[in-house]
Design a binder for this molecule. Sequence first.
Ligand SMILES: *Cc1c(COP(=O)(O)O)cnc(C)c1O
Length: 379
Amino acid sequence: MYKEALRPVWAEINLSNFDYNVKQIRAKIGPDREFIGVIKADAYGHGAIQCAQVLRENGVKTFAIATLQEAITLREAGAQERIICLGLTPDMYADTLVQYGITPVVCESGNAKAINDAAAAAGVTVDCLIAVDTGMGRIGYLADDTEYAVEDVKKIAALPNIRIFGLFSHMATADAYDKTFSHEQEARYIRFYEALTAAGIYVPFRTLANSASIMELPTVHYDGCRPGIILYGQYPSHEVDRNAFHIKPVMQVKANIVHLKDVPVGFSCGYGRKFIAQRPSRIATIALGYADGYPRPYSAQAKVIVNGVVCPIAGNICMDQCMIDVTDVPEVHVGDEVIVMGTDGVNTIDADYIADATGTINYEITCAFGQRLPKVFVK
Ligand SMILES: *Cc1c(COP(=O)(O)O)cnc(C)c1O
């Protein structure tokens, strides 16, 4: 239990493992490429400020986030590095973007003009990345419509307070076993880049690779790579080759038992009475619930580790608490540690297990745990 957590439940963030992952990624992409640490959503729930510090200690000079607020949080914590905002910035926030020195992604000259005007008013020049949609279908110039795109990018290039710093796109299926579509995206990216160059638009920096591409698509590493999920020791999917790239999970979720009781046959637990004791049972309560990112649809398959024994959750997970059937644990006391996600060296419950049981991906599991749980950083 940690006094500073103010709760008998916490996300334990292992910064040594994070550091290990950063070094693995650096070795994979080589010493000369820009390493863009993707620390959006509070570093996928792991704590952006602390993760940024480890990245910094490893020589990383560029971070990527998703929202302006995330960028401001980093700046207010003292970050001097380049911070790329991966989402589009609506015109009305252009002044804030400029004020905090954030590098935007743009794909429309009107939006670029708004940012240019804010930059001019502040007497600065803003670097931006041009977004091209090569197959993600999310943001960016349509890669195949180079005629329109080149004309519009020319308008951006002519803006005095904007400098086109790079070309950006995002992979849709790099984590799939079949890389056919990824190679199509790669070809579109190159064609688009060449169309800009042919029109006299100089683009000094190219970035396309996410985690899965870092692992399995070396031809798209270009000038900078954008690792996200692998920083946190999670693989981007079940289809990538886990044996070819070693990383260590950074987040564990732990709790202490706050309440313990022995109950008779027929005793029920939780909303909807989904657990009914079939034998005299011992039930433990922990103060972790779905508002902490412990998914309610996980209830029936949820298991935790108590004193070396894997135990099921009893009934539905509540908003802020849940119950554990600890009947099979030989010795158990109030205060004993419960591993909700993580390992005791013998048994493991990982983010992939929780994700598979709830129809989602490990990304969503760590992001959700990061929302309300106190974080305890260990080395
Ligand atoms: C989230 C994100 C990344 C990182 O993706 P991972 O799969 O976590 O490596 C890279 N680029 C963009 C644009 C993103 O939105």
